[in-house]
Design a protein around this ligand. Structure first.
Ligand code: SF4
Length: 399
């Protein structure tokens, strides 16, 4: 388990911060020690020549693999009732006096939300999102996966994924059997001490190791696409992203396959959250450079382009394609088709019928009806060798 390797990984990252990076022409995909040192390079994240080289290579690589295709996705919040105490979140248990209406959707309300998104907005890939609600455990989640799949079947099918608390391997397996395609879980931060400050109490989420090992449980359970990431801004972000790469390499080496979805959320102070300052903020340029660096590290991992960001930044993050792109977004249960108020955090919402055309005009190809295999290089337009030939600079690891 990665928790057993955590201390060593921290030491490796400290070493990376002191290393001189290799030349970009000699780096090898999925080797953290080849990429993480760039995070500490002089000028990294400032828009100079190094950033431009990394961003251009990232766009070329993504284009070679995905041809500008971006995979459209929409979140559906199911419950805002939570027993966790994350200090950066509006939904934390016991939070009162804020404009959030605590709500747990009934099955018929959930069906209404899904039907609206499928019928009115053309959505075909739905992400169920849960707070840690004691009445929304795996039985309910399985039922919801099946329900959404039935809604999608009426329009020729689609995919269902989940963003929920970390679960047991047996629970992930039940979700897979119910028809789950992917599961995303953000580690929030890899800084154990900071994690403890941000997640007080003795709750499930406060168990750092249990969360750290959830990705191995997902993979063991047969979840087809596993999403990993940090909430950038909770802690020193260069260390967090370096740890993320080490963790991804570990999963690939240890499990034979690793994460194929990358979370990219940046912390935005939420209304009603206890956290009032964000001392570890990452700038826009730092985000673009870091994401591009990660695209070179893991070219066939799909970044989750978040509606926490403005449109221009989302488009810049999607250069070359090969990402999950959120069109329409509400972070409130019932936020699409039911009366509601409040939110988990403020977001943009890019209405699918309008913004799909805008993506096209940006040279990207929005894909609403995509398959699970579309995310991996196996079914992409170019083979691995063609990809290497086209981009000329990175060597795919052979194992
Ligand atoms: S981040 Fe998630 S688990 Fe934490 S308080 Fe908010 S909804 Fe609950």
């Amino acid at each position: 388990m990665f928790s057993d390797r955590y201390k060593l990984a921290c030491e490796e990252v400290s070493e990376f911060s002191r290393m001189r990076p290799r030349h970009l022409d000699s780096v090898q995909a999925m080797v953290a020690s080849d990429f993480a040192p760039f995070l500490w390079s002089e000028g990294f994240g400032r828009g100079d020549d190094l950033d431009q080289a990394i961003i251009a290579r990232s766009a070329a690589t993504k284009t070679a693999i995905y041809g500008g295709r971006v995979f459209i996705i929409v979140p559906i919040y199911v419950t805002s009732i939570c027993q966790e105490q994350c200090v950066y979140c509006n939904f934390r248990g016991g939070n009162k006096g804020i404009e959030v209406q605590r709500r747990r959707l009934t099955d018929s309300q959930l069906e209404r939300e899904a039907t609206y998104l499928v019928e009115e907005k053309g959505q075909r890939v739905l992400e169920l999102v849960y707070a840690s609600d004691p009445q929304m455990r795996v039985d309910a989640m399985c039922r919801h996966v099946e329900l959404l799949r039935r809604v999608l079947e009426r329009r020729g099918g689609g995919l269902v994924g989940i963003s929920a608390e970390s679960l047991e391997e047996s629970e992930y397996r039940r979700l897979v059997n119910a028809g789950l395609c992917w599961s995303v879980l953000w580690q929030e931060t890899y800084d154990r001490d900071r994690y403890a400050e941000l997640h007080p109490g003795k709750t499930k989420k406060s168990n750092f190791e249990y969360r750290l090992n959830a990705y191995e449980r997902m993979l063991a359970a047969g979840v087809e696409h596993v999403g990993i990431g940090v909430l950038t801004g909770l802690s020193e972000w260069k260390r967090d992203w370096a740890m993320l790469m080490v963790h991804e390499q570990y999963l690939q080496d240890r499990c034979g396959r690793g994460a194929t979805i990358l979370g990219t959320p940046r912390l935005k102070l939420a209304p009603g959250a206890l956290m009032k300052e964000a001392p570890y903020t990452m700038s826009r340029q730092e985000l673009l450079a870091t994401l591009a660096l990660h695209n070179l590290f893991a070219p066939t991992t799909a970044p989750f382009v978040s509606t926490r960001e403005d449109w221009e930044l989302c488009v810049a993050m999607a250069r070359g394609g090969g990402c999950l792109f959120t069109l329409n977004c509400s972070t409130t249960p019932g936020g699409y088709s039911l009366p509601h108020c409040g939110c988990q955090f403020t977001t943009q919402s890019y209405d699918a019928p309008i913004y799909a055309n805008k993506l096209t005009s940006e040279g990207l190809e929005p894909v609403f009806r995509w398959n699970a295999r579309d995310l991996s290089a196996a079914s992409c337009r170019m083979t691995s060798s063609e990809m290497c030939g086209a981009t000329c600079f990175f060597a795919q690891r052979s194992n």
